[in-house]
Design a protein. Structure first.
Lengths: 129, 373
């Protein structure tokens, strides 16, 4: 179901790609499939602070509204402005052009409690049962 | 309705086909129905640009036949049944004495003493009981034929060309809001030029036992038109763009149909009917509120129950709301006080505690493309 090996995951189906002090966040293939056509993404402000496990934005499909939960705390350094006009990129390329925000990590130990690809795959399978 | 377990849900004759086509099945009005196949956006566009097929077998059918069938229907309905010709369909309300709406439905007339009603799925039993109760000793046979009847909607500009491949009766002769008994793929059916999408199209009523065969034949014949199966998700976005009322959202037993803009199906000039006295009173008193369309000025999505504000003060809440794939933004319907009902009036919608700018629109949100006679 598309669980890239180099990423870490949350139980709420966000992924995080860590690169030193910075990290990019998005939602997974599984999440976008469950949501269906995404038609709106509410992005946080650049410079704002996000808290691990707290909502930092919203994705909306035609049928549902879903909060985005921060995999780790940090300061928003970039948001994917492209999603304001082309939110379907989250469906089409959830791990690439559909990325949502970039943050500067406040505390790298936040990453320790995240799911590795195997644990995340198991979680998805459980939810499909 | 969210409490239903899949085992207690009714299934249509096409459930297996839906699964094979990749449909995502969900509980809806007591039925297990496909909410989507390929995706709501794409299915929506498929109907707007070409042709799509919907399984709407959850809808109820009630047959009324006998010497006093006409009098009974005339007494139950707000629209004027006497205006109907054979093979004609008529949209109407069935009201309580209070003027509240029991259901909104289509009456189809085979002949002066033979009709069938197409009613909302969730209301089928209630409507049937209501009709029986009001029929008293009247000389008419009333049958709930919902279980034995399947219904498909084929909607979009290619619908006539597609169905004509499977039908010898000339479909061109069926005008808007008319129907014919015709054979589709050699199976007896009723083909009506009606729908809930704002596109030209047909609704087909057929014996449940033939449903799978005929549905498969239509899918096959539809390949050259890129026909796709369409779920209830797109059925809702399509009806919302037309501003069509949905029972349970815009209208219910407590609502005032004149406020909903349904005065055109309430014929106060006709003989007595249930609810007439109260509706007359409401008409003379004038509408305090009006159902209007709401459109976000920027991109976003509207949902039922979102609050509508004017200069920060709440003035109503959405009865329906969605994302319009054609307009690329949120649209909804809302009862507002008459002073805010003028198209172009600027309002705000409260979305996650933020006030988002919106404006009043007179529905439909898009021009309809039904084949008016």
């Amino acid at each position: 179901m598309g669980v890239p090996k180099e990423l870490l995951y949350t139980l709420e189906h966000e992924w995080i790609r860590v690169n030193g002090k910075n990290a990019v966040i998005g939602i997974t293939q599984f999440a976008q499939e469950q949501l269906g056509d995404i038609v709106f993404v509410e992005l946080p402000e650049v410079g704002s602070q996000i808290e691990k496990e707290s909502p930092f934005g919203v994705v909306e499909s035609v049928k549902t509204v879903s909060d985005l939960y921060a995999p780790a705390s940090g300061k928003i350094t970039k948001v994917n402005k492209e999603l304001e006009t082309n939110p379907e990129k989250v469906n089409n390329e959830p791990y690439d052009a559909g990325w949502i925000v970039e943050i500067e990590l406040s505390d790298e130990t936040d990453l320790e409690s995240l799911l590795d690809p195997d644990a995340y795959t198991e979680q998805c399978e459980k939810e499909l049962e | 309705m969210s409490q239903e377990t899949s085992s207690s849900l009714k299934t249509t004759p096409l459930t297996q086909i839906h699964k094979e086509l990749g449909g995502k099945l969900v509980p809806f009005a007591g039925w297990q129905m496909p909410i989507q196949f390929q995706g709501v956006m794409q299915e929506h566009q498929c109907v707007r640009d070409g042709v799509g097929i919907f399984d709407v077998s959850h809808m109820g059918e009630i047959e009324i036949r006998g010497p006093t069938a006409r009098d009974l229907i005339q007494k139950l309905m707000t629209n004027d049944i006497d205006s109907m010709q054979d093979n004609q369909a008529l949209y109407t309300l069935m009201c309580l004495k209070t003027g509240g709406v029991v259901d909104d439905l289509l009456v189809h007339r085979f002949s002066e003493d033979h009709y069938f009603l197409c009613v909302n799925a969730a209301n089928t039993e209630k409507d049937f009981e209501w009709i029986l109760k009001n029929a008293g000793s009247c000389d008419a046979t009333i049958r709930n034929t919902s279980q034995e009847t399947a219904q498909f909607a084929v909607q979009g500009k290619h619908s006539e060309a597609l169905l004509q491949k499977l039908c010898e009766t000339s479909l061109n002769e069926i005008k808007y809001y008319h129907f014919k008994k015709a054979k589709i793929h050699n199976f007896e059916s009723i083909v009506a030029r009606t729908g809930y999408t704002g596109e030209d199209g047909f609704e087909i009523y057929i014996d449940a036992g033939y449903a799978e065969t005929v549905f498969a034949a239509i899918l096959d014949a539809g390949k050259e038109f890129d026909l796709q199966p369409i779920g209830l998700g797109a059925r809702d976005t399509l009806r919302m763009e037309m501003g069509y009322a949905l029972y349970g959202n815009e209208i219910n037993e407590g609502s005032k149909p004149l406020e909903a803009g349904l005065g055109w199906v309430i014929k106060l000039g006709k003989q007595d009917f249930i609810g007439k006295a109260e509706l007359e009173k409401q008409k003379y008193a004038g509408n305090r509120r009006k159902l209007v369309g709401i459109r976000l000025l920027d991109r976003g999505v509207l949902r039922p129950h979102y609050r509508i504000l004017k200069n920060g003060a709440p003035i109503g809440e959405l009865t329906s709301g969605t994302f319009s794939p054609s307009l690329n933004t949120g649209i909804g319907l809302c009862y507002v006080s008459s002073e805010y009902a003028e198209p172009g009036t600027e309002l705000e919608v409260e979305i996650r505690k933020l006030s988002v700018p919106a404006e009043v629109v007179k529905p439909p949100f898009l021009p309809t493309r039904v084949k008016k006679n």
